[in-house]
Design a protein around this ligand. Structure first.
Ligand code: HEM
Length: 484
């Protein structure tokens, strides 16, 4: 007789259920610090282990009947799982089929198989290099507006500033909307929708009963859907393509002449916006933080920027000349990848390393853990942009944008945006971490700074060695900083 799913998984190492609360106890504990905990579990059980024996609701997957999570860490498992998209499905942020919630979540991130391939084909042209280069003036202008508000001597939360900036750039580039996120509008509503979707009342009590959080969430979803519909209708009525991503998606068609349906446009627009701004904001925030703590690296970068741009705003042609900037960004996303975990669901019984796993097992991977493996990355905890002059990792050893045929469709857009924004900020201001700050990690799909990132804005005097503020926080477990 072949073993049952439970018997198969029992062969794996993994945590015992919490003595009192069962899997709930393991989950509560894990969620307090997912990155710290995954490292501890890996030290105890190795690179592949069951999250908790006896079953748990999936950490990420929204597919039905998924009851177990296996952590599989390192490049071999990344390759095995990410390269087989027919076997390992992606599904996050998806409500019950047919609801407003479901329609708003129907973007690339939630599609699989032929549907995913077809939609991705339709979307790729909007992200080719010439299109992205066309957004550089808009990125420059939006960053300039932010810098004009900044004053020497001020203290600003860079996390909030980067969030506002990337939201604004995303609204303009993806939808052609020029609105201040502080004043509300579509961008803020999409963000609020995401926040509500993760609240306990919405996640665990999904019945359409008036006055419940889920009912309010569905009403908010309906309103958001109507707004997106109205925007799509206005773009259709305008006739010609208007240059923003959504307008391109409306007009694009497959070889057989098929176009995206209304529902597909709504889901893609919503998820593009969500996938596109918070990730980029975190990459920018972490890079600015790392630079503020590494005066020698900051000085070398500043010299490259001023030597190439001479204080001017960058153009698309300037960006490839900024090699050290490229290395700084790569190294920052290695040490602190904005998306530290990825997850898939095995759609059939299969093997993973030495173990068999049953159909509908969730598999969690970690770019963060992979990027910190000392056997791949010598001095893994050091921020060393120079390593990129010679290192050449495989796609599964370095994967801040994921890997395989589901790799981030916005990677090119994000990289250009980060280069534009950093080259402008760093030529204009010297940033110093505010005294006595606490810098802790926070993981909720993305990796962000838990208490924000307060910085003092100084005029750019190249005196980076003056940056020697003392600070506390568990970022010190993830990065080894030079002594000040
Ligand atoms: C630094 C910024 C960014 C980072 C670190 C990042 C990271 C990622 C990662 C790790 C994935 C793979 C997820 C998985 O395999 O489960 C992904 C997918 C995706 N990203 Fe990004 N992303 C960034 C910016 C953007 C931007 C600017 C956009 C929009 C223009 C975008 C849109 C998407 C979409 C639509 C997918 C799904 C692709 C698919 O499933 O085919 N991302 N991103």
């Amino acid at each position: 007789m072949s073993p049952t799913a439970t018997e198969l998984l029992a062969r794996m190492p993994g945590q015992k259920p919490h003595w009192l609360l069962g899997w709930r106890g393991n989950l509560i504990q894990f969620n307090q610090d997912p990155l710290g905990n995954v490292e501890k579990l890996r030290q105890r059980y190795g690179n592949i282990f069951l999250f908790v024996h006896g079953g748990n609701p999936p950490l990420n997957s929204t597919l039905p009947n998924v009851h177990q999570t296996v952590f599989a860490l390192g490049p071999e498992y990344n390759q095995r799982v990410l390269s087989d998209t027919n076997l390992f499905y992606n599904s996050i942020l998806l409500g019950t089929e047919g609801t407003e919630f479901w329609r708003l979540g129907r973007g690339l991130l939630n599609m699989n198989g032929e549907k995913h391939r077809q939609q991705r084909r339709l979307m790729m042209p909007a992200f080719q290099k010439s299109r992205i280069d066309g957004y550089v003036p808009l990125m420059v202008e939006t960053t300039r507006q932010m810098l004009q508000r900044w004053q020497v001597g001020e203290r600003r939360d860079l996390k909030a500033e980067m969030r506002d900036l990337t939201m604004r750039i995303a609204s303009r580039a993806f939808f052609g909307l020029d609105v201040d996120p502080q004043e509300g509008g579509l961008a803020t509503e999409i963000d609020e929708w995401l926040r509500l979707s993760g609240t306990l009342g919405v996640m665990f009590f999904r019945y359409r009963i008036p006055f419940t959080p889920f009912h309010r969430f569905l009403q908010a979803s309906k309103k958001l859907e109507e707004k997106l519909q109205a925007m799509i209708a206005a773009k259709r009525a305008a006739g010609a393509e208007q240059g923003d991503v959504l307008s391109q998606l409306i007009h694009t068609c497959d070889e057989d002449g098929s176009r995206m349906s209304e529902d597909e446009l709504i889901g893609q627009a919503n998820l593009l916006f969500l996938a596109g701004h918070e990730t980029t904001a975190n990459a920018l925030t972490w890079t600015l933080f790392l630079l503020s703590q590494h005066p020698r690296i900051m000085a070398r970068l500043y010299d490259e920027l001023t030597g190439t741009l001479h204080g001017a705003d960058p153009t698309a042609n300037d960006l490839p000349k900024l090699t050290y900037l490229d290395h700084v960004i790569k190294e920052s996303m290695r040490l602190l990848p904005p998306v530290p975990f990825l997850a898939r669901t095995a759609m059939a019984h299969t093997t993973l390393g030495p173990y068999e796993i049953p159909e509908r097992t969730e598999v969690a991977l970690s770019p963060y853990v992979t990027h910190h493996m000392p056997e791949i990355w010598p001095n893994a905890k050091h921020f060393t942009p120079e390593r990129w002059e010679s290192c050449d990792p495989t796609a599964y050893e370095y994967l801040p944008f994921g890997a395989g045929s589901r790799m981030c469709i916005g990677a090119g857009f994000a990289t250009v945006e980060i280069k534009v924004v950093l080259s402008m900020i760093l030529q204009a201001f010297r940033l110093e971490l505010a005294p006595n700050s606490r810098v802790d990690r926070y993981v909720n799909i993305t990796l962000s700074a838990k208490h924000g990132l307060p910085m003092i804005l100084h005029s750019q005097d190249r005196s980076f060695e003056k940056n020697n503020t003392s600070w506390r926080g568990n970022l010190r477990e993830m990065v080894e900083f030079p002594a000040v």
